[in-house]
Design a protein around this ligand. Structure first.
Ligand code: ADP
Ligand code: MG
Length: 160
């Protein structure tokens, strides 16, 4: 499957989609996450952490001042937020390549800031439709991304 769209009607549903993705995630997966401020990127990331069984003692927050937060679960979660990043060099200084090529799950909020410079398996774009409604569009960018997307769709919706 190349792409898939769905609408969530509450933050819990967006979180639940993230949880499924976290559950099916494989080592080395890179996920690009885009959408305006308040779209629900961090909400989705919180679900991913849950799906990876990250302890609630290590909560996923909007890392406005930090470019990277690391959480430990079934796989390490490298949660980037590029909102404040101005150039690719800064990302390199941060050791981005080592994370993305490592054995964790790399999740990047505001990935579009790097304008296609980031290799990934899946891209998720979130759009605000109404106060509680969000449209989530998933695009598979390689073979493993397509397999992951198929698993996601097969298991959605779950009863929350
Ligand atoms: P971002 O990281 O994209 O800036 P956040 O995840 O921090 O956004 O915030 C999303 C906000 O939108 C939260 O306050 C959340 O409660 C609210 N919200 C309302 N409906 C939804 C929904 N369907 N999915 C995700 N978030 C939602
Ligand atoms: Mg955020």
């Amino acid at each position: 499957m190349e792409s898939w769209e769905t609408i969530t009607g509450a933050p819990e549903e967006t979180c639940e989609l993230g949880r499924l993705l976290g559950e099916f995630a494989f080592a080395g997966l890179v996920v690009l996450l885009n959408g305006d401020l308040g779209a629900g990127k961090t909400c989705f990331a919180q679900g991913v952490a849950r799906g990876l069984a990250v302890s609630s003692a290590s909560p996923v927050t909007s890392p406005s001042y930090t470019l990277l937060n690391i959480h430990h679960g079934r796989l390490p979660l490298y949660h980037f937020d590029l909102y404040r990043l101005s150039q690719v060099d800064d990302l390199e200084d941060l050791g981005y390549d080592e994370f993305a090529e490592g054995n964790g799950l790399t999740l990047i909020e505001w990935a579009d800031r790097m304008k296609g410079a980031l290799a990934a398996s899946v891209s998720v774009s979130i759009e605000t439709c109404a106060a509680q409604q969000r449209k989530l569009r998933f695009d598979a960018l390689d073979k493993r991304g397509r397999e992951l997307l198929e698993q996601l769709v097969r298991n959605w919706p779950v009863s929350i």
